[in-house]
Ligand binder design. Structure first.
Ligand code: B12
Length: 467
């Protein structure tokens, strides 16, 4: 089996933000590969995104490897590129091509109209892919495999969805041995302290209903790995892969507070001296947890703060108030953990005044860094339905443009705004947030290593390009 993470043209997709773009291990493919290896398959992963391979190089690698089956992963902005690649693969090799990942799970019919994709694996692919390959090998009936879509007699058949995996501890750890060495991957400057940084997923699903989030793959049912299982993987990342830092990429690491406490205790008891960061929900934080996290090596938490205007915040149904944000950012800072704030500009109902509220709010909080994204309605989200209904999603938006405002295009423009105005506010937000003398001084005093110098240079170069 040959699994491909398609090329990712940073300059094309990120424009002036390309120096701060992060390229990270494709854990989805690594999970699939581990399950397949466990079931006796021979697997290769071509991570064209980090290796900078173009389609021709991928074809060359596949020819050399000579697999029986090819699989590609795809998020919405990489769809166009994946499609082009898949057409080439189909014409070069007489092999079945599978597609999986968030885009095809959210936009199944449209994607599967392309004859270059034979079978789509929808949602979690771990068990589905193993069963699918067995069925293909034995000439069995594809209709009996839950969680896939395929064409038969010119019609798309969608089998019933597969129930979510409950026991995540039962999954094998991602097959990182099939990926390029960890040192080749690079996070965005504000997201790491030490390199190489390894990434992990310790839970799947999120019980919340934020209108802008695509939960097509993992759904709303929150499922977790146990503390011991999580810390075993951390140890492996340090000892086998040389990780100096770990980032938890869970949608919401801290929904189960008891589990976070157990993970911290496990790290502390095993005396693991490791720096780590995570994404967190504001409404699940308290002083006790934060203290335990700091003691266990957590040095930064990313919070989705989104807006500095309560009415706009209410509109995205996140269940968060400005007061909660102020309090939790305050106690996180006090616990000695830095806060990276994520903000969105151009949310539904937004005006120049409300975007100003967001910039002002960001500056008043004690944040180590801030990221200002331009609201992008991804297929599979409530926001996508809303924006399509209201006509605010620009007609003819190509999937290439789905880049949270990193490309030069703005797919979604709320009624009271223009695309230029939203772009202008994004630049203003970055400049006003970062070019504050006190703030800059604090960051400069944190510089310790050559890596720090390089990291700040990357970030500064991006800021310098804002107009
Ligand atoms: C880590 C992460 C990143 C990292 C690293 C990406 C990477 N290389 O994996 C960074 C920061 C670089 C990133 C960037 C972006 N991301 Co991101 N990211 C995530 C996050 C938080 C975790 C990804 C992950 O590791 N998941 C765990 C693995 C196990 O899941 P998985 O990849 O989905 O794979 C499973 C199935 O999908 C399936 N599967 C996947 N591929 C395949 C292939 C085959 C052949 C088969 C059979 C099955 C299969 O099986 C896997 C095992 O169950 C997800 C949210 C989430 N919960 O997944 C968002 C998410 C994937 N990101 C998202 C977005 C929007 C982006 C950006 C576009 C943001 C931007 N800058 O504009 C970019 C796109 C860059 C890119 N080309 O990847 C969206 C995608 C929505 C969509 N419809 O496409 C998500 C779902 C967040 C959300 N809830 O809205 N991201």
């Amino acid at each position: 089996v040959c699994l491909v993470n398609p090329p990712w043209a940073l300059a094309e997709h990120f424009g002036k933000f390309r120096n701060v773009a992060s390229v990270q291990q494709p854990l989805g493919l690594a999970y699939l590969a581990a399950g397949l290896e466990m079931n006796g398959h021979e697997v290769a992963i071509i991570d064209a995104a980090v290796l900078n391979y173009n389609d021709e190089r991928i074809i060359e690698e596949i020819r050399r490897y000579a697999p029986d089956i090819i699989g590609v992963t795809c998020v919405t902005p990489s769809y166009q590129g994946t499609l082009t690649l898949a057409f080439k693969l189909k014409s070069m090799f007489d092999l079945p091509v599978l597609i999986g990942g968030p885009h095809v799970t959210a936009v199944t019919e449209e994607t599967m109209r392309n004859p270059c994709f034979n079978i789509a694996v929808l949602g979690e692919g771990d068990f589905t892919t193993v069963q699918l390959l067995e069925t293909l090998r034995n000439g069995g009936d594809l209709a009996k495999v839950q969680g896939i879509a395929f064409r038969r007699d010119g019609k798309l058949i969608r089998t019933p969805p597969r129930p979510y995996i409950e026991n995540l501890d039962a999954l094998p750890l991602p097959a990182r041995h099939l990926l390029p060495e960890l040192g080749r991957y690079k996070p965005t400057p504000s997201a790491y302290r030490y390199l190489p940084q390894a990434t992990m997923i310790t839970s799947r699903g999120c019980p919340y209903h934020c209108t802008f989030c695509d939960r097509s793959v993992f759904g709303n049912k929150y499922r977790t790995r146990t503390a011991r299982n999580v810390v075993d993987e951390m140890e492996l990342l340090i000892t086998k892969y040389g990780a100096n830092e770990i980032r938890f990429w869970d949608d919401t690491f801290n929904v189960d507070q008891q589990r976070v406490m157990e993970i911290c205790e496990e790290i502390t008891n095993r005396e693991l001296d490791v720096a780590w960061t995570c994404l967190g929900r504001i409404n699940h934080m308290n002083e006790t947890i934060l203290k335990a996290m700091a003691k266990a090596g957590c040095w930064q938490i990313d919070y989705g703060i989104e807006s500095g205007n309560q009415l706009i915040l209410n509109g995205i149904t996140k269940g968060q108030t400005l007061e909660m944000v102020r309090r939790v950012v305050g106690i996180t800072h006090k616990a000695g953990i830095g806060v990276r704030g994520f903000f969105m500009l151009g949310l539904p109902g937004e005006t120049e005044a409300t975007m100003n509220d967001t910039i002002r709010f960001a500056k008043r909080l004690s944040l180590r860094s801030a990221v200002f994204h331009i609201t992008t309605p991804f297929p599979g989200t409530e926001l996508f339905k809303l924006a399509t209904r209201s006509g605010e999603l620009r007609a003819g938006t190509s999937y290439d443009e789905y880049m949270l405002g990193f490309s030069d295009d703005v797919p979604y423009v709320p009624t009271d705004l223009t695309a230029q105005c939203i772009k202008h506010f994004q630049s203003t937000a970055y400049k006003q947030f970062y070019f504050r003398p006190g703030f800059l001084l604090r960051r400069i005093t944190e510089i310790r290593t050559l890596e720090d110098v390089q990291r700040y240079a990357r970030a500064f170069f991006m800021l310098d390009r804002l107009n």
